[in-house]
Design a protein around this ligand. Structure first.
Ligand SMILES: Cc1ncc(COP(=O)(O)O)c(C=O)c1O
Length: 436
């Protein structure tokens, strides 16, 4: 469109949608968003898996208001601050194993960048300065800054490929043994002396549609990493803090990584907040760096964000929301199973807790659709027309197009709202199925 033809509203609209304009949101409460045209949407994906506690949670809003009158910002080289120290303590209390040293940022991309910097600094201090390469999985998303995008799968890279590091990508294996063998082959192809870390999502989120790791996978790759002195980083930007029915997604597996990164939900949906938590052993090495951990951003560890993070953890603890996510996830999964028996468009179900994925395939043939059929878009649009927001995950997998959608409702969703989400989802799926 010619710039001269843009309306005032389009000039400031960064959604860049080709066709229709997106609705203008004016209010959010719990699991619902209201728009300027008077419609109400049931938010079953928290935008992009952000809302652990729903919109405008009273305790989050109250913590924000309280802290905003006391201390909003301090710079990390000048001061520590109480909310930052408290949040680090609280995270260490919930993180598995000896993961206990947190460093905070704002976005998930920054959290993964910070893990990359930490790994490089760690190996330099360990006398292995050539360990500066990273390995990640073919189907993955780790962020849009250039380091984090270099770790991410092909779907996201295309326009920026020339700016990115050419790291090796490890296939998303179907078994633990295959995963370990493929990781080891990738490490050896680069030379173990060059590989700093391997990063993996406990449940592949937006790029796969809630795909679990195969049983035993994390332990198998953990062993490979130890054998070759490669750090294991779990990207829990989506899965941390109860989303999967455990405090951290890695707790579904019998292995603990060296670093976990987190983001999205910890900011309570009111502020950008992310971070990483690393082992005591890494902390001890990096603590010996002449300039300490010199990576960071202006807002790293800012008190306002960290106070909100503490309120999010308080609420999850007090309302037992990790167990609730487990319970409601099981209810949703069993209902989805019944629904998929009625609607073969819902070809496969996966995910954990309140992160549930549905792969969509042709109801008659069980084949995947062509990308040009835009099935994911049709299902999410049918849902939106009915006032239900679900997350679209159309993805290239092994040179094929895959259609999938995800449900990732707030952990505070009520049983009635769960029933409403499932009812609207079934109507939406049925409407698209009827056109095939
Ligand atoms: C698994 C994962 N890692 C990292 C990111 C990047 O987070 P952000 O968009 O906050 O930079 C995302 C965002 O969707 C994500 O899903």
């Amino acid at each position: 469109m010619e710039a001269a033809n843009l309306t005032d509203a389009q000039r400031v609209d960064y959604s860049m949608t080709a066709g229709e304009a997106l609705p203008v949101a004016v209010r959010g409460a719990g699991c619902r968003i209201e728009t300027a045209d008077g419609r109400s949407y049931l938010d079953a994906c928290g935008g992009a898996m952000v809302m652990l506690l729903g919109h405008c949670h009273p305790r989050v809003v109250e913590a924000l208001a309280r802290q905003s009158q006391q201390l909003n910002f301090t710079y990390r080289f000048s001061f520590r601050n109480e909310p930052m120290l408290e949040l680090a303590e609280r995270i260490a209390g919930h993180a598995p194993g000896e993961l206990e040293w947190s460093f905070f940022n704002s976005s998930g991309s920054e959290a993964n960048e910070s893990a990359m910097h930490l790994a490089v600094l760690y190996w330099e201090l360990m006398g292995k300065p050539a360990k500066i390469e990273f390995l990640s999985r073919v189907t993955s998303y780790h962020g849009s800054t250039l380091g984090a995008l270099s770790l991410s799968g092909s779907r996201w890279r295309a326009p920026f490929e020339s700016l990115l590091h050419k790291y090796a990508a490890v296939p998303n294996a179907e078994t633990a043994e295959q995963g370990a063998a493929e990781l080891e082959a990738a490490i050896l192809s680069r030379g173990a002396d060059h590989v700093a870390a391997f990063i993996v999502e406990p449940v592949t989120g937006s790029s796969g549609g809630a795909v679990d790791l195969p049983p035993g996978y994390l332990r198998a790759v953990r062993e490979v990493c130890e054998r070759h002195q490669v750090l294991l980083v779990a990207d829990e930007i989506i899965t941390a803090f109860g989303r999967t029915g455990r405090w951290f997604g890695v707790e579904h597996h019998d292995a603990v990584p060296d670093v976990i990164t987190f983001g999205k939900g910890i900011g309570g949906g009111v502020l950008p907040l992310s971070g990483m938590v690393a082992t005591r052993a890494i902390r001890e090495v990096v603590g010996g760096a002449p300039n300490g951990f010199s990576y960071g951003h202006t807002f790293s560890g800012y008190p306002l964000g960290c106070a909100v993070g503490c309120a999010v953890i308080d609420t999850i603890e007090q309302d037992d929301l990790v167990a609730e996510a487990d319970r409601k996830g099981a209810v949703i999964r069993s209902q989805l199973e019944q629904m998929s028996a009625r609607h073969p468009l819902m070809y496969a179900l996966r995910g954990r807790g309140l992160l549930q994925g549905i792969e969509l395939r042709h109801p008659d043939s069980g084949e995947r659709f062509a990308a040009s059929q835009r099935i994911t878009g049709k299902v999410t649009a049918a849902a939106r027309d009915r006032g239900l927001m679900i997350y679209p995950c159309p993805t290239p997998i092994l040179n094929q197009h895959m259609d999938a959608v995800m449900l990732a409702p707030p952990l505070i969703i009520s049983d009635d709202e769960v029933a409403e989400v499932l009812g609207l989802l079934e109507e939406s799926v049925a409407a698209v199925e009827a056109t095939l």
